[in-house]
Design a binder for this molecule. Structure first.
Ligand SMILES: Cc1cc2nc3c(=O)[nH]c(=O)nc-3n(C[C@H](O)[C@H](O)[C@H](O)COP(=O)(O)O)c2cc1C
Length: 216
């Protein structure tokens, strides 16, 4: 029931947004009665949460291919596709890097639920941006959101991560791992996304509608 309430909240907001942004006259009843497809899409968006506890097995690579294909079909400036993407589901890579991370951050590993520095995920997607293109970070963000949402629709959890990338870009012992990702000249690791089969169901964090204003 709770999720239906959420869906209706979203649908009503969409109806309001639609009526404010389109000049064409519309049948009001048709606006409120959303078709099945939009209900599914909106519910997927509104129920997604960042996941930080995962089952041990890596995401099936065929499923990852679907997620990655959704990623590269994101809108992007001039269709330059100004990203580079590396997928790692090799425990040696993830655990090796985590050992270096633990030396610098011994407190993090004291948490009994700590498995690795990527919020315990078995599959990590690293995303690099083109440092010479001013819209590249936007491209990379949209790429990631497509992946996160398509993953969620298939029961795969995810968490966008900035901190591990900060560590990888600055710690000299992590350099061989960064090198192994083999990004092209001019590309820089921007963020990564943890993926895996969820082992928790966190509640939604509050959002502030006060951040939104219509300007007449
Ligand atoms: C750019 C970016 C960086 C993030 N970095 C981290 C991170 O380093 N560690 C972490 O646990 N979550 C990280 N997150 C996840 C956010 O904390 C999370 O999306 C936010 O709290 C909202 O929660 P929700 O995704 O469940 O709605 C990051 C998210 C984004 C978009």
């Amino acid at each position: 029931m709770k999720s239906m309430k959420t869906i209706w909240g979203g649908l009503c907001l969409c109806a309001v947004l639609g009526s404010c942004t389109s000049a064409a006259p519309k049948d009001e009843a048709a606006e409120v009665k959303a078709p099945d497809k939009s209900e599914v899409v909106i519910e997927n968006i509104l129920t997604r949460r960042s996941i930080r506890q995962y089952k041990p097995q890596a995401v099936n690579r065929d499923t990852m291919q679907v997620i990655l294909n959704c990623g590269i079909n994101a809108p992007n400036g001039q269709n330059k596709q100004s990203w580079e993407v590396r997928v790692v589901d090799n425990p040696e890579f993830i655990d090796g890097l985590t050992e270096i991370f633990k030396k610098e951050n011994p407190k993090a590993a004291e948490d009994p639920s700590f498995k690795n520095m990527f919020r315990n995920a078995p599959t990590v997607v690293f995303i690099a941006h083109d440092t010479k293109y001013d819209m590249s970070q936007i491209d990379c963000g949209l790429l990631g959101e497509n992946m996160v949402l398509s993953a969620w629709s298939m029961g795969i959890g995810s968490c966008c991560l900035g901190s591990p990338v900060r560590f990888m870009n600055t710690n000299k012992d992590a350099a061989p791992y960064l090198k192994k990702l083999n990004f092209s000249e001019g590309y820089e690791l921007l963020y990564c996304i943890a993926f895996g089969y969820p082992d928790e169901a966190p509640a939604a964090k509050p959002r502030s509608a006060a951040k939104i204003q219509f300007v007449d």
